[in-house]
Design a protein around this ligand. Sequence first.
Ligand code: CS2
Length: 496
Amino acid sequence: MANSAARRLNEEALGALNGRIETPAYDRRCLHPSIIHLGVGSFHRAHQAVYLDDLAAIGGEWGEKGVGLLPQDRGVAEALGLQQGLYTLLVRNAEADEARVVGSLLEYLFAPERPEAVLTALADASTRLVTMTITEGGYNVDERTGRFDASNKAVQADLKHPTRPATVFGYLTEALNRRRLAGIPPFSVLSCDNVHRNGHVIQTAVASFARMRDDTLANWIERYVSFPNCMVDRITPQTTDAERELVAREFGVADRWPVITEPFRQWVVEDVFNNGRPALEKVGVQMVADVLPYETMKIRLLNASHAAMGYLGYVAGYRTVEAVMADQNFRSFITCQMRDEVAPLLPPVPGIDLDVYQQTLIERFSNPKIGDQLARICMDGSAKVPKFLLPPLNDALNAGRPHRWLTLALAGWLRYLSGVDDQGREILIQDARAAELQSLASMARDDPRPLLGLRDIFGDLADREEFVTVLQATLRALCTHGVHVTLVRALGNSGS
Ligand code: CS2
């Protein structure tokens, strides 16, 4: 470990940590693990778990068990196992660094090794809410048709062996079936991913999977289980050794997997739960009847801006969000995309001034201390681009409204998929569909139609002739002149 004086983080160490780090102001043994969270990545540990930690500090009793479903969750499973679920949250911006130990995660179950323990926990009456962050691409619902993809191999395997599942759909359905047969009321299911109408999407997935198993079960789920929609927000980069060292050096804690994040956080939740819920409104969560305006605003302003700066920024040679934002041309580009193309088509958002919201985003993106990686933002483009970037682009096209910046952003993704940046350095494309995308993208400069023909990703864009011509010209400009020159020229033509 970086600092030999630092104390290894576990229950026993809590009382002995130095005064610079906050520790749980409550007895963790008094929390009930009424929530099971699937997919305990850094975002979850910077967001939901922290709200629960805040709530516990003022008397809340809802704690959680975390579950890792994927083989690659082993690392986090080991870290959290050794630390009894405790971890350090490091909140950074230009003004200050704050650290706290979060105590709301009571236990961690690594599903590939303990599938039955996960099912038992999910089926237990004490579990009242199941939440998840399984990534934007994790829902197996076709963006275009809105249908669950039954042909997926993992889904087929779970249908064959429903009592030994591996997918999130298999686990939830089997657990709900056990509860139904035992006369135990179901848990609510809350998706916390950046997916448009995330509650509706997970409901479609679970109900469709259940219907393939058994109609009675599917009907029971449709009737009794609620799937609230919610909007989540907190920028949470991947942890690197630099943060491990900082936490050890500055705060005296040897944490195997601390989480780094920004001060800002927001959570807007549709208030429909069938088996109770924590009093999240006491810790700043907005409980509302309709999440849609908030969610649309956040995905189209924050996530779409990330996508725009991510691909073009990476090709231009930048590696962090902060570095991109320090480039005045990129700053103008992102400002213009939000202000001129995205915001005018947003519905009114109760209680939010959209100009202030955009200004705050620019400030958040410019946070010089969190080192948010463009590689993190660029990964899984085939899942993110259709959810983040294409909806505002399609809306602008349909409304006959300006869309040159959104077009440039999309061209940026196609350029990025060529796998080399403007300096000739190789780009590692992290995407489940990398091979297919890269081979089609290599021809896109001459004809983008075959790539756009992946309709589950691009929808009907290939049919918009005028648009395809402009997209191709933009891509050619990027390939010929590079990102910087293309951006400067575009800004020069826009009068911005
Ligand atoms: C990012 C998000 O993954 C991405 O592409 O845009 O993780 C973003 O940082 C969060 O949604 C912020 O709430």
